[in-house]
Design a protein around this ligand. Structure first.
Ligand SMILES: O=C(O)C(=O)C[C@H](O)[C@H](O)CO
Ligand SMILES: [Mg+2]
Length: 402
């Protein structure tokens, strides 16, 4: 069996998506997601210039070998561009293998570990009342777990707020727009928000919060401690994780569960965090961390330390990643939760899929493969349009982490 062609489809139904379609000499094709929000064309170039020429003629059944070839063979390892390109190939090959086997992907991975996959949605508001209303809408939609971000008085465009409710989109301008940050103001406001939410909705719902890399380890420890009475499912990205040791300080001071990893590319980014049990949930995802082949390696390693999965699932990950992640989540023994921000109806139309939502859970379908396809004619109607993620500055103008 041979790979006969590989084609890249860029489409922008409100946001950019990069999809790789691999064709074989047996007439079976597979698709993979290669979207890197705000840097889409860099992955397109990496695929076109360096990856596709190498894989043409290879045997698509040799998924592991092709993964190793693309990872080791480049000599230059890791990084978001390289690992997304590898992920796109890997997912397309798993799609092909599962289609050839006539099985939904989760069966190839080892079969079902659960009936359905608990997901969390994103609620946000500019202040308390609006945020409480937003959470209420998610409760009405049936969600059992809700990530909550709130505007903070005095902070311009606080992270995760005011960029859409069901269809959140942070990449909003050709050049990065400038948002603000003030840790003191956030620390004053965020715990009060969760107090209000627990008063209103009780403790039956899972609540989550994303610090989006804004706090120092000491500040993150303080936040985690203040949030303890509200029993969060997790506090995400409470401090930047390039220095994995930084989480020791946070861990020593709080029992609030910690999640990290949506920007991780390989097992090496989280090795110390996992083996030192500094986190509870690993957020690495299919498209970000080298596809099914590598994410499985991370999850298996994490299982040794009782760290559970919580795959990134923002809308900049296309339905191809969501569909594949749901097969992965259905199989993976140490599953925690799956993030689920809804794609717009236009996006769903371009990417027909067989997964479905019910009572706060997603279910993958039984179609052979990962269950997601692409309508190329429709995709062509939405040409690429450059959009960048914002940046953040402190009040005195200092650059901070967005
Ligand atoms: O979904 C999350 O937890 C995020 O932090 C979303 C990111 O800001 C988004 O994926 C950036 O493109
Ligand atoms: Mg996040």
């Amino acid at each position: 069996m041979k790979i006969t062609s590989a084609k890249i489809i860029v489409t922008s139904p409100g946001r950019n998506f990069v999809t790789l379609k691999i064709q074989t000499d047996q007439g079976v094709y597979g698709i993979g997601d290669a979207t890197l929000n705000g840097r889409e064309l860099s992955v397109v170039s990496y695929l076109e210039d360096h990856v596709i020429p190498c894989i043409l003629g290879m045997d698509p059944q040799r998924i592991e070998d092709i993964w190793q070839y693309l990872y080791r063979g480049a000599y230059w390892r890791r990084g978001p561009v390289t690992m997304r390109a590898i992920a796109a190939v890997d997912v397309a090959l798993w799609d092909i293998k599962a289609k050839m086997a006539g099985m939904p992907l989760y069966q190839l991975l080892g079969g079902r570990s659960r009936d359905r996959v608990m997901v969390y949605g994103h609620a946000n508001g500019r202040e308390f009342a609006e945020t409480v209303d937003a959470v209420g809408r998610y409760v009405d939609l049936g969600y059992k777990a809700i990530r909550v971000q709130t505007g903070v008085p005095g902070i311009k465009d606080a992270y995760g707020v005011g960029r859409g409710d069901l269809y959140y989109e942070p990449a909003d301008a050709r050049l990065p727009s400038v948002t603000g940050w003030d840790t003191r103001k956030a620390l004053n406001y965020v715990p009060k928000m969760f107090e209000k939410l627990r008063e209103t909705f009780g403790f039956d719902y899972h609540l989550l919060h994303d610090g989006h890399h804004r706090y120092t380890p000491q500040e993150a420890a303080n936040l985690g401690k203040m949030l303890e009475p509200y029993q969060l499912f997790w506090l995400e990205d409470c401090t930047p994780a390039e220095n994995q040791e930084a989480f020791k300080l946070v861990r020593q001071h709080t029992t609030t569960p910690l999640a990290v990893g949506e920007i991780f590319n390989t097992i090496w980014d989280c090795k110390d965090l996992i083996q030192n049990q500094l986190i509870d949930y690993i957020r690495a995802t299919i498209v970000g961390a080298g596809g099914v082949t590598h994410l499985r390696r991370i999850a298996d390693f994490a299982s040794l330390y009782q760290v559970r999965t919580g795959c990134h699932g923002a809308t900049d990950l296309s339905p191809v990643t969501m569909g594949t992640a749901l097969h992965f989540d259905t199989w993976v023994p140490n599953f925690g939760i799956q993030e689920y921000m809804r794609h717009t109806p236009e996006t769903d139309e371009i990417f027909p899929h067989d997964y479905s939502f019910e009572e706060g859970h997603l279910m993958c379908g039984e179609t052979p493969g990962h269950g997601v396809d692409i309508d190329e004619k429709l995709a062509a109607k939405y040409p690429y349009s450059q959009a960048c993620l914002p940046v953040a500055r402190l009040e005195d103008g200092t650059m901070w982490n967005w």
